[in-house]
Ligand binder design. Structure first.
Ligand SMILES: [Zn+2]
Length: 332
């Protein structure tokens, strides 16, 4: 891990020690009547709230609207994690900084949960477009194989970390969270288990919604004009996808050549919708939509949500239901 994070942790450690000897120095007070839970991304923030109800106080450490790929913890974030009852992160490929923070923890009572436990991770599949472009001109291949992509150090994934986009993986994440809550607070195990079961039933319903959409669709293919984070979702529902960007964390905009390939694909296959991701201005998707006269619609990956969605209490299920609605339009 980089030197900057080590310095941040050292600084946080000074405050943690200071807080126990001096009063009022960077001390973070939590409500002792509730479990304090720190989460890194929105999905586990929402899942733990659904299961924990009024017995938990949940903090999303990447602030609403913030781009999660570039997130690194501040000294205050590290103190918050250190003083909590439960820290839930997505996994080492989503939050490569987490292990360094975990190693620095000075609190025996803190339960640390890797939400990807028991979920099979897939390798990042940057070259998948090649397989799907078989009916396109062969000459495309060179460019797509062009280079290994080095990604900014906040979000460098050898394995694809976006497990939560598949509702069945979400159920496993819920089980992982339930296991942690039952261990920390066994007195309320029945309450947590009941909530988790009814939430998993909602996830099953969501799964059925997507299955039904895919069953009706002939093409089963979408074009994505943003950074694509739906590989687990696509695998679950046998959805083919062609993306403008190479990965979820791609820094560079797609080449003119790539964009023109996508434009011809849309024409050749009568693709009715191009999708884009949340929280950034979708300029590539919008310009392709304009050029081809098709619709541009959001496919929200849920890493994080906007401040206004957060404040209005949006849920993972609502985000995914909106995705289902938008997919119905694109998967004729
Ligand atoms: Zn991502």
């Amino acid at each position: 891990m980089n030197g900057k994070l080590k310095r941040v942790i050292a600084l946080a450690a000074i405050f943690i020690v200071g807080a126990s000897t001096l009063t009022g120095c960077a001390k973070i007070e939590y409500n002792n009547d509730k479990l304090t839970i720190i989460t890194t991304l929105f999905p586990q923030y929402d899942f733990v709230k659904q299961i924990g109800g009024d017995k938990v106080e949940v903090i999303l450490i990447t602030k609403p609207g913030v781009e999660t790929h570039a997130y690194e913890p501040t000294p205050t974030d590290i103190i918050k994690i250190n003083n909590a009852d439960l820290f839930i992160y997505t996994g080492e490929y989503m939050e490569p900084w987490a292990q360094t923070v975990i190693d620095s923890v000075d609190n025996d009572k803190l339960y640390i949960l890797d939400a990807s436990d028991n979920i099979e991770l897939f390798l990042n599949d940057d070259d998948h477009e090649n397989e799907e472009d078989e009916n396109e001109e062969e000459e495309n291949e060179e460019e797509e194989n062009e280079e290994e992509h080095s990604i900014g150090d906040g979000h460098n994934h050898e394995f694809d970390p976006h497990i939560w986009t598949d509702p069945i993986n979400a159920k496993t994440m819920v089980d992982n969270i339930l296991g942690a809550l039952n261990e920390i607070d066994s007195e309320n195990a029945e309450f947590y288990t009941t909530n988790a079961n009814s939430y998993k039933a909602q996830l099953d319903e969501l799964d059925n919604t997507f299955k039904a959409i895919m069953e009706k669709s002939e093409g089963k293919k979408i074009v994505f004009g943003g950074r694509f984070a739906f590989a687990y979702f696509a695998k679950r529902y046998d959805l083919e996808y062609v993306g403008a960007y190479d990965s979820c964390a791609a820094d560079e905009d797609p080449s003119v050549k790539r964009i023109s390939e996508i434009i011809s694909l849309i024409g050749n296959e009568n693709i009715p919708v191009i999708y884009y991701e949340e929280l950034v201005e979708p300029k590539v998707a919008k310009s392709i939509a304009e050029e081809t006269g098709i619709k541009a619609l959001l496919l929200h990956s849920g890493h994080n949500v906007s401040k206004s969605d957060f404040d209005s209490g949006i849920t993972y299920i609502e985000i995914m239901q909106q995705n289902a609605e938008n997919l119905r339009e694109g998967l004729k």
